[in-house]
Design a protein around this ligand. Structure first.
Ligand code: FES
Length: 168
């Protein structure tokens, strides 16, 4: 067993885990945070997306011990104190950005990071030129930047509408 300390949703957690335990299993099985979902467990679906120091990662591909002393944010921790729900959560409800909901926590965590990436001028694969922070995200760019998050129900139009609503 290895002791791993990490900050999860603003709370410092200390875990005694085997070194091969994934971050996803640590969050779900050791901390009871079941918002991040296990879909493919091989980095292909995005259902397990969480934020590590604000960067989106597939928690199924990460070893928990790699994230010692990092700030991990899951869907359970994205709303600010007193906010109730994060604006993207509200928008997903408003625009029917889900059907079964299995992918939703990953979609929303990914969208939060994606909007931050865009605001910081980070390029996407589709449009590799650096986007100025003021540039409006096109639908194609949102789709491309969210392409790591699959929705087997096909709620992509609602997801796009929700993100566009919040992106402004
Ligand atoms: Fe991690 Fe599918 S469960 S990407």
């Amino acid at each position: 067993m290895t002791e791993v300390r990490m900050r999860v949703n603003g709370v410092v957690e200390s875990l005694d885990i085997e070194p091969w335990v994934s971050l996803l299993d640590a969050l779900r099985d050791h901390l009871g945070l079941t918002g991040p979902k296990k879909g493919c467990d091989q980095g292909a679906c995005g259902a397990c997306t969480v934020l590590a120091d604000g960067v989106r990662i597939n928690a199924c591909l990460a070893l928990a011990m790699q994230y010692a002393d990092k700030e991990i944010t899951t869907i359970e921790g994205i709303a600010k104190d007193g906010e109730g729900r994060h604006p993207l959560q509200e928008a997903f409800v408003r625009h029917d950005g889900l059907q079964c909901g299995y992918c939703t926590s990953g979609q929303i965590c990914s969208a939060i990071a994606m909007l931050d990436e865009h605001a910081a001028g980070m390029p996407s694969v589709l449009t590799p030129s650096v986007q100025p922070a003021s540039a409006v995200l096109s639908d194609d760019e949102i789709r491309e930047r969210m392409s790591g998050n699959l929705c087997r129900c096909g709620a992509y139009n609602g997801i796009l509408d929700a993100i566009r609503d919040v992106a402004g």
